[in-house]
Unconditional design. Structure first.
Length: 260
């Protein structure tokens, strides 16, 4: 049995978390009982009992036939509580509004989580509206401006061995190519994602250095068709100013809870 902080892991709790993470990762693809049992290597009867327990508490939902399973609404409520209780998110949100209005573009805030970044806040451009908010969604750190801005705050020795997953033909899929890009990020002071995560979109990423190493970053996403050299220069200028304002406003750790 694995240990965390010198305490033996509780197997039933670990299994519950693994199930919820698996359902969340499937997005709009509901799963059948046998799929979940096979994926987590759990007896079918045990998986069924676990699912019924979580359904009764709102963490898992099922269809009218009782044969398909998906993530439940309580996962959303818990995620919302995380955002509402996080002082960094509360601090950054007004600056996202201000910056989006100044540039007329979409502005994101995200946090590094393992090898991914998780989107914590988004302010959409009126010129380029998405039908689904990115808040709560994840993206591999190596493919986007947010992730690359944060990876550049860490030594290249921390980078995993490749090859990396490609989301577009422009994604850097080798450790060597990513390391070369991160060297440019460090020299420049911000990252650029040239259609590496989404075709047709260029991103500019800026790490927020109120923590060391930085855990959070902000970015500006722009459709390629609207990105002139002059607009790119203005984006960098405004985003650098926004970063400076946020970092200057961020309170010292002081008596605040320091989450790990």
């Amino acid at each position: 049995m694995s240990e965390t902080g010198g305490v033996r892991e509780v197997k039933s709790a670990a299994r519950t978390v693994e199930l919820l993470e698996l359902l969340a990762a499937r997005g709009d693809r509901p799963a059948r009982l046998q799929e979940l049992a096979d994926e987590l290597d759990v007896p079918r009867s045990s998986m069924y009992a676990l699912l019924q327990t979580l359904i009764s508490r709102g963490w898992v939902r099922t269809d009218v036939t009782g044969s398909l399973y998906g993530i439940g609404i309580h996962a959303l409520l818990t995620g919302t509580s995380y955002l509402d209780s996080d002082p960094r998110v509360r601090l950054v949100r007004p600056y996202l509004d201000e910056t989006s209005q100044a540039l007329g573009e979409t502005i994101h805030m995200a946090r590094l989580d393992g090898r991914d970044v998780a989107y914590l806040a988004t302010r959409e451009s009126h010129e380029y509206l998405r039908t689904i908010s990115r808040v709560g969604r994840r993206l591999p750190a190596h493919v986007g401006a947010l992730g690359k801005a944060l990876l550049a705050e860490r030594p290249d020795a921390d980078l995993p061995e490749g090859p990396y997953r490609a989301l577009t033909p422009n994604t850097r899929t080798t450790r060597e190519a990513l390391a070369a890009d991160l060297a440019e990020v460090r020299a420049r002071g911000w990252s650029v994602d040239r259609e590496e995560g989404v075709l047709g979109i260029v991103g500019f990423g800026f790490a927020l250095r109120y923590d060391s190493p930085a855990q959070d970053a902000i970015s500006c996403s722009v459709p390629v068709a609207r990105l002139s050299p002059e607009h790119a220069e203005r984006i960098v200028t405004v985003m650098r100013e926004t970063r400076a304002k946020i970092e200057a406003t961020a309170p010292a750790a002081g008596g605040a809870v320091h989450w790990r």
